[in-house]
Design a binder for this molecule. Structure first.
Ligand SMILES: [Zn+2]
Length: 346
């Protein structure tokens, strides 16, 4: 009996530590800052979680957010270059969340570009969907959730009214919305979302500052690869040489992750492919000489999306480029990438 109890305990311990696996073989050469952070915080430089998603370690540090005045095609909302301090390490997913990964967590694939394949990024998700995905992933991985999400509403496919996501039958038009116990619902159109803070260990969207920090990976140029974005760097409009003069110059769709080069920290597709939802509301950057772990303004215009996409020219994919959209909308050009705070153990 005693032995069986010990065996059970061992099993539970294994189950609870199984989620993350340190990666022995890496696809890039970690920078000195990544290795130092790995050593001082006693965490691997890259991990694979229980869903098979791979994440790399972003070291704490300072960087200049925004673009210099002489950067080509810069926009005014990229602000005056100012210092941002990221005071704690975090893991950032090496890839955009794929259609297959989204399906595993959410039980449906809402993507429009299905022909791009399971390994292509999920898209056509609202910002609210992205937040709910993060919470569900945290629960699956036995981590703390990072968002309190209340009063979720979706649009009835039949009458287009907003109704609770928990309805099985539309209370307005009477349409049957689901016939099984599977959690199938449409895109979430509204909800009250509270960010529970950077101190939680679960999955979340990057803050806008974290996103640009991971995109730049210690670079100060317009792109993480330098002053220009070349065809081997990213999936953007014009990234393919035209097959014949006057012919198509772009794929016109998303492509599977890792089709292009990783940046210095081992992160793929920060430029192009699909844009990525961030946590922050959109507003002009505040006047500040230095900001510490910023999480964006308390009010603003929609939510930030970063990184450019397959349908845009390279200048739209610059590291500093800021875009935003209403949180209820989904686009075949916008997906997400998750991050996780590294919380020092007591
Ligand atoms: Zn209805």
């Amino acid at each position: 009996m005693e032995r069986r109890r010990i065996a059970l305990c061992l099993c539970l311990m294994l189950a609870s530590t199984q989620a993350d696996e340190a990666l022995a073989e890496l696809w890039w050469k970690p920078t000195r800052t990544q290795i130092n952070a790995s050593d001082s915080f006693h965490v691997p430089v890259a991990i694979r979680n229980g869903q098979g998603m791979e994440l790399i370690l972003a070291p704490p540090g300072n960087f200049l957010i925004g673009s210099p005045k002489n950067e080509r095609d810069r926009k005014l909302n990229e602000g005056t270059l100012h210092l941002v301090s990221i005071t704690r390490p975090f893991y950032v997913q090496a890839d955009e969340v794929s259609q297959a990964e989204w399906y595993e967590v959410m039980g449906r694939n809402p993507s429009n570009l299905l022909e791009a394949g399971d390994d292509a990024p999920v898209e056509s998700i609202s910002w609210f969907d992205a937040v709910v995905f993060c919470n569900k992933l945290s629960i699956l991985e036995g981590l703390e959730i990072c968002y309190r999400v209340e009063n979720m509403q979706m649009e009835c496919h039949f009458c287009q009214n907003r109704i609770s996501v928990h309805e099985k039958t539309c209370p307005i038009c009477g349409a049957v919305l689901r016939t099984s116990s599977r959690p199938i619902y449409g895109s979430i159109q509204s909800a009250r979302v509270t960010f529970l803070g950077l101190g939680r260990n679960g999955y979340r969207l990057p803050t806008e500052a974290e996103w640009e920090y991971a995109c730049r990976a210690e670079s100060i140029t317009a792109y993480s690869f330098g002053a220009q974005l070349l065809p081997e760097h990213a999936n953007f409009k014009g990234s393919l040489p035209p097959p014949d003069p006057g012919g198509s110059t772009d794929w016109g769709t998303s492509v599977p992750g890792r089709s292009y080069e990783a940046n210095t920290w081992g992160v793929y597709d920060m430029h192009g492919n699909v844009e990525e939802w961030c946590w922050d509301r959109y507003a002009h950057y505040p006047e500040a000489a230095r900001r510490v772990d910023p999480v964006g303004p308390d009010s603003g215009d929609g939510r930030i999306k970063r990184g450019g996409n397959w349908g845009k020219a390279s200048n739209y994919c610059r590291s500093a480029r800021r875009e935003h959209a209403p949180a209820a909308l989904g686009f075949p050009t916008v997906g997400l990438r998750v991050v996780r705070s590294v919380i020092a153990e007591e």
